[in-house]
Design a protein around this ligand. Sequence first.
Ligand SMILES: C[S@@+](CC[C@H](N)C(=O)[O-])C[C@H]1O[C@@H](n2cnc3c(N)ncnc32)[C@H](O)[C@@H]1O
Length: 272
Amino acid sequence: MAETHDYRRYTRAARAAWNEVMPLHQRAARARLDQAFLQPGHVRLDEDTRRALERAGVSGQAVAHLCCNNGVELLSIRNLGAGRCVGFDVSDLAIDEARARAALCCIDCEFVHADVYEIPPDYDGAFDRAFISAGALGWLPDLPRFFARAAALLRPGGVLLIREIHPVAEMLPFDGDHELDPLRIHEPYFVPEPYVEYGGLDYVGGTAYESELPQYWFVHTLGDIVTALVESGLAVCYLEEQPRDISAGHRRQANSGVAIPLSYTLLAKKAC
Ligand SMILES: C[S@@+](CC[C@H](N)C(=O)[O-])C[C@H]1O[C@@H](n2cnc3c(N)ncnc32)[C@H](O)[C@@H]1O
């Protein structure tokens, strides 16, 4: 088992990895996203995420987005009628981009540069909803510590909403692995050590590059996730598995005609 208590080692690596790739994402999409959000009320969320947000209820609610990257989803949530919106991310460049877009498009969202494990206690109890979305949990080595922090951010009765890549998708080949059968299990479900990769994060521009430092990716099973949530004092109140690919890497499976769980939506509530 990885030394998950040493989470800073991994979050430092995540910061470097995301600061390295953000210029590639920005070159491919920044201007287009700015233009899109200059349209009043623009929303850029997939159908299942919109349904999940409707189920959780965000209208007028204070929302924290943990691992918010360039802020596109949180700006959308604000445009759907949420109240105070605060995004947290460890990548300096992602937060700079999110802040610049919010200012350019006059959308009232705050973006804070922070490791989610170390969000300042001033934010405790400040939110009705906390949101975690595609490709965030895999960067986090210590789920119990993370969910404890997320639960502390919520007010009593607040809801944590997770819209994530299904761990079953992690077992199947990526679209780029053309030579592998997309419907054949390629990796185990139980992966106690993080995968170590160098590059491969430019799913926006599609550039291949070799990263300077290792990137660590943790595969958490659904059991790990639910147990860590429950132990952090949150009550799981909704869990739906979906065949939609939100990883940007499993389109072959999504289009195969075989119904495979590729993503999921989970809601967990803090006691009143
Ligand atoms: C795949 S992106 C999330 C993408 C987001 N769902 C979206 O579509 O824009 C993962 C994000 O997690 C952030 N991240 C990774 N580890 C983190 C940590 N310990 N604290 C805060 N943010 C972290 C990265 O900087 C990156 O922006």
